[in-house]
Design a protein around this ligand. Structure first.
Ligand SMILES: [Zn+2]
Length: 164
């Protein structure tokens, strides 16, 4: 059996079905933040997604302006849940050591916050990223995150570990 050479193919637009094309993001933003996948019907269909830094790997699904706004709102309530987590561990050492501790805390807290969110929303933990969310999941994220603090997430994780 012959196998086709695997070639990276771009995502399809979930709104109009057109094949996305890889462009420099300056086409969208006026200045470049790396590459982006835009709908083949862009700008008539206003759906696009950026790429992981320095790659042509999309950051999530193509999003239209409504979904992009919803993702922004979701990030605005979700991100502080891990970005503020280092306050739980204060006082931290000064200088370089302290900055390293903050980075480590953020990394752990972010993983926990996503595990918590995945559990709440009912998606698999490793598939849980706001970049992959649809409109409903973004709205659920906003609702859920408004009701908790970084301390609640830490407590949730601790309880889960103890009952596991
Ligand atoms: Zn489209």
């Amino acid at each position: 059996m012959r196998r086709n050479h695997h070639e990276f193919r771009g995502p399809h637009c979930p709104y109009c079905g057109s094949e996305a094309r890889l462009v420099d993001s300056s086409l969208i933003y006026g200045r470049s933040y790396g590459m982006a996948w835009v709908c083949g019907n862009y700008p008539r269909c206003d759906a696009y997604v950026g790429c992981h830094k320095g790659t042509d790997k999309p950051l999530g699904r193509l999003a239209d302006s409504r979904l992009r706004a919803a993702k922004k709102r979701a990030h605005a309530v979700f991100d502080p849940l891990w970005q503020d987590a280092h306050h739980l561990y204060e006082p931290l050492p000064e200088g370089k050591e302290g900055r390293r501790a903050v980075r480590r805390i953020h990394k752990t807290a972010r993983t926990r916050a996503y595990a918590w969110l995945a559990h709440q929303i009912g998606v698999a933990g490793d598939a849980c990223h706001i970049g992959e969310f649809d409109l409903e999941q973004c709205e659920a994220t906003v609702r859920l995150c408004q009701e908790v603090t970084p301390d609640d997430i830490r407590a949730w994780h601790k309880e889960k570990k103890e009952t596991a």
